[in-house]
Design a binder for this molecule. Structure first.
Ligand code: TEU
Length: 560
């Protein structure tokens, strides 16, 4: 298996996403930190994952939970110090865990030294050229330069007050106004991010997750996006799943972005062992995603097409096949991901009617939920996810079966989406609630015993059964299913990197074989399904009934 090989471990690694502010609080201020993470490395090694991806831990005013970086080569004091970070890297490696950090190259914080300098320097200055400042439209320049909308809602442009006190230029921010987009045409911008890569690689970091990897380059002249169909999920046309034809977009997935990653790859390859990248690129077509994974570019990319797929056998088979075909064509392994800190937790997604592709909390609210069904499907889905060829991600808390917290009080909502949408979109806080470790009441061991600080987001009162402590040793728990699956995945040839062949099974039942006589069968339907003959069961997501798979159950099988 690839994960033992220092040059190829990423081809089938299981990578655990540490959303650091919500993972474990070591210093008792209600915010997770490096000390908390260090104290839980044993848990992660024992869980059986190969690597960690840690969300941004750099100094930040936290306008977007750390994705507004004020200094890329330091650590936010609320999370710890650079020494703490180095100690963590050392201890993780000792525990057999590789570590990926998160680099945010599309935008900086508005408190980054460059932006502070740009504001003070005024229009036309070289300092402004590191960002995308433009004059406004209209006689008084009081209209934004174009119609681009921020991902968090509202215009993607903010007007500044010039040093002389007059209303002045506008700057682009595809995300919050506190996250000005940088100008990737500027050689100094390129050189500085490369120095950041080296800074952390020199400290032993094994790779980077690249935030919004598909947005760095904007079209010359910044033209409006004319009625573009974006995103483009496959939709059923005449009984077949198809996408509308791809068209260039002024800021998403422009072809010019690839040159940047060729440069980054050369830097990663200059290290021994080579460092690796995973792209966060919300590019729907696997064919477009594969372009990021050509041999001289990035290693892997999150598979959001899979994450957004409804619980539907035909749809899942379609996106799995498409992914493996397109990524295979450039020699890249697939990744399989069900949840992260930006999307509604999959237990809650799967608890709803599965008609449309999607991931947002707004699609869920107000729709009837069957959380027991959501959990069964989530259990079935993890054996699918870990049974597919390639690498996989586990978002902290999914191994406990945590649901989305859909009823956070409005006054605790922290995601900029809530304000930017004029309080119409509650945003992503519901999947970011601190992890419950032990005990029967909040903070469930998230903070050290005896502290009075509350977790930065309140945990539900009914999570006593979902703590690591409560689930440990309970054979029916989500945690023990993850532990068993991860243990088997490591020990069983045929799981991890490689290929698959589909089995011909009844409608609604997905099944495929892997190398070494291994098979994975997932009953996506609402009816009972027979298992294929000639196999023994290695692991099933729930108990078999009459030797077959009840609805929303999956199994790993081995040929006898
Ligand atoms: O996210 C990029 C992104 O466009 C989406 O995930 C987005 O957050 C979501 O669709 C909003 O509804 C990355 C980070 O993962 C996210 O946490 C940051 O907020 C964002 O970039 C800006 O840095």
């Amino acid at each position: 298996m690839a994960h033992d090989d220092p040059a190829n471990w990423w081809r089938d690694a299981v990578i655990y996403q540490v959303y650091i502010r919500s993972f474990a609080d070591g210093d008792g201020d209600g915010l997770g930190d490096i000390a908390g993470l260090r104290s839980r490395l044993g848990y992660l090694a024992d869980l059986g994952v190969d690597a960690l991806w840690i969300n941004p831990w750099y100094p930040s005013p936290m306008a977007d939970a750390g994705y507004d970086v004020a200094d890329y080569r330091a650590v936010e004091p609320r999370f710890g110090s650079l020494e703490d970070a180095e100690a963590l890297l050392h201890e993780a490696h000792e525990a057999g865990l590789r570590v990926l950090l998160d680099i945010v190259p599309n935008h900086t914080s508005d408190r980054h030294a460059w932006f502070v300098e740009a504001l003070a320097a005024g229009p036309g200055s070289p300092a402004r050229d590191r960002y995308l400042f433009r004059p406004g439209r209209g006689d008084a320049g009081d209209l934004p330069p174009n119609e681009w909308q921020s991902v968090f809602g509202g215009s993607a442009w903010e007007r500044v007050t010039e040093p002389d006190g007059t209303p002045g230029e506008w700057y682009l921010h595809l995300f919050a106004p506190e996250q000005p987009d940088v100008n990737w045409e500027h050689p100094e911008v390129r050189a500085d991010f490369e120095e950041t890569l080296r800074f952390w690689f020199d400290r032993g970091v094994d790779g980077f997750r690249i935030d919004v990897a598909h947005s760095l380059v904007k079209q010359d002249g910044l033209p409006d996006a004319e009625d573009l169909d974006w995103p483009r999920h496959p939709v059923e046309v005449d009984g077949e799943l198809r996408r509308s034809p791809w068209q260039p977009h002024p800021f998403w997935d422009r072809d010019e972005v690839h040159e940047i990653y060729r440069d980054w790859r050369r830097i990663a390859d200059s290290y021994d062992p080579p460092r690796v990248f995973v792209a966060e690129a919300w590019v729907d077509e696997p064919e477009r995603l594969a372009r990021y994974l050509r041999t001289d570019e990035l290693h892997t990319a999150f598979n959001f097409t899979y994450l957004q797929a409804p619980w539907d056998a035909g749809y899942l088979r379609h996106v799995i096949t498409e992914t493996l075909d397109e990524l295979g064509a450039v020699g890249a392994p697939a990744t399989w991901v069900l949840s992260n800190h930006d999307v509604a937790r999959h237990v809650s997604r799967y608890a709803r009617e599965q008609e449309v592709p999607g991931s947002s909390v707004m699609q869920l609210l107000g729709r009837p939920a069957d959380l027991d069904l959501g959990r069964r499907r989530a259990r079935a889905a993890v054996l699918l996810t870990l049974g597919l060829p390639g690498s996989a991600y586990v978002y902290q808390g999914e191994e406990l079966g945590l649901p989305e917290v859909e009823d956070l009080p409005e006054d605790v909502l922290d995601d900029p989406t809530w304000e930017r949408s004029g309080h119409t979109d509650r945003g992503r806080d519901g999947c970011r609630v601190p992890v419950p470790w032990s005990g029967t009441r909040p903070p469930y061991g998230f903070s050290p015993e005896g502290v009075t600080a509350q977790p930065w987001l309140p945990q539900p009162d009914d999570w006593a059964g979902l703590t690591v402590e409560a689930e440990t040793g309970d054979p029916g728990s989500m945690l023990e299913l993850y532990r068993s699956a991860l243990r088997l995945r490591r020990a069983t040839p045929g799981l991890g990197d490689g290929s698959l062949s589909w089995l011909d099974l009844p409608t609604g039942v997905l099944g495929f074989t892997r190398e070494s006589g291994l098979a994975c069968v997932v009953n996506v339907s609402a009816a009972h399904a027979e298992l294929p003959t000639g196999y023994d069961v290695l692991l099933s997501s729930d108990a078999l009934v009459d030797g077959g798979l009840p609805a929303a159950t999956s199994a790993w099988l081995i040929r006898h």
